[in-house]
Design a protein around this ligand. Structure first.
Ligand code: SF4
Length: 317
């Protein structure tokens, strides 16, 4: 049984003009301890999907669909239903470690506060702060440091420690390696993998960096214009992508072996405040056929635990 299931999630933001439909009929399943990546260009709906799962979208957002945790829809009752699960079942590592930490409070105090907000005592908070800082590989004295006294990599570890403070079963990680150098990036990815293995922690990783995905995740879902267009085991996404957009993403990822040329994706993603007739990727797709302009391709289930929303998916399969 899935630990977390998203069913037909839709998010629209009201604006002065037409509503912006940022997430469109997204469905995903996450098993205990599983690691899934949401991949795509900026603005494709990855972070909005994650924030909807946490019930953290602004008031201008209209959300529909289901987020089922152990089979119970935690979206259905609004904040009252969501609050008991936030941080204790589902926690989030926000993008930008410096912004996620309070700059004028010591790291340990921030962890103690998180524990106390969720019903723990100050003493339990202090013990937990030492535990989680040790778990993420920070030295003992990190507990009394301010965020500006830590390096970029240490700050990211502190943010992960804070997210683990209430022993969540699911960690949502939004671009956790952004703005870190490649060596520190590798250390953070290794840390997340170790934490997932040792704690049985399920992870949803949001990233635009396809190269990062196979190093951490089991499966990847590629998003375009608010929808999932392809989902598959990571090895298949990287080595035998079926959707033309995924292929373009792979071609746009630097290859250190130099075996293939680096190419960019032509054009820009569509506006999301109007109708998207046919396939949303059609204006940028070099493989489009006549029906792509008028008929939206359904997300087809393919062999090998894969799915793909492209009229050519079955032909390619
Ligand atoms: Fe390209 Fe058509 Fe497939 Fe869309 S449905 S990705 S336009 S081939």
């Amino acid at each position: 049984m899935s630990l977390l299931s998203i069913r037909d999630l839709e998010v629209a933001f009201s604006t002065r003009g037409a509503p912006v439909r940022a997430v469109r009929a997204v469905s995903l399943d996450l098993a205990p301890g599983e690691r899934i990546a949401l991949v795509g260009e900026s603005g494709c709906g990855k972070t909005t999907t994650m924030l909807a799962m946490m019930g953290l979208l602004p008031a201008s957002a209209t959300v529909s669909g289901q987020v089922l945790l152990d089979g119970t829809d935690i979206l259905a009752g609004g904040e009252t239903t969501m609050r008991p699960h936030r941080w204790t079942d589902i926690a989030m590592v926000f993008q930008g470690a410096m912004n996620a930490l309070n700059p004028v409070r010591r790291v340990g105090a921030q962890i103690v506060e998180a524990v106390r907000i969720h019903g723990g005592s100050r003493q339990e908070g202090r013990l937990r702060a030492r535990e989680v800082l040790d778990l993420v590989g920070l030295p003992e004295d990190a507990v009394s440091r301010y965020p500006h006294e830590l390096s970029g990599g240490q700050r990211q570890r502190a943010v992960i420690a804070l997210a683990l403070s209430c022993r969540p079963r699911i960690l949502l990680a939004d671009e956790p390696t952004t703005a870190l150098d490649v060596i520190v990036q590798d250390q953070i990815v290794t840390l997340l993998r170790q934490l997932s293995d040792s704690l049985g922690l399920a992870i949803v990783l949001v990233t635009h960096d396809l190269a990062l995905v196979p190093r951490l995740c089991d499966r990847a879902a590629v998003m375009y214009a608010g929808s999932v267009v392809e989902s598959a085991p990571c090895v298949d996404i990287v080595h035998s992508p079926r959707h033309p957009y995924t292929r373009r993403l792979v071609d746009a990822t630097p290859d250190l072996a130099g075996e293939r040329p680096l190419t960019s994706i032509p054009g820009a993603p569509p506006r999301l405040d109007g109708p998207l007739p046919g396939c949303a990727f059609q204006p940028r797709c070099g493989e489009a056929v006549d029906r792509c302009a008028t008929i939206a391709p359904p997300l087809l289930q393919l062999a090998g635990g894969r799915s793909c929303a492209c009229h050519l998916a079955e032909v390619v399969a």
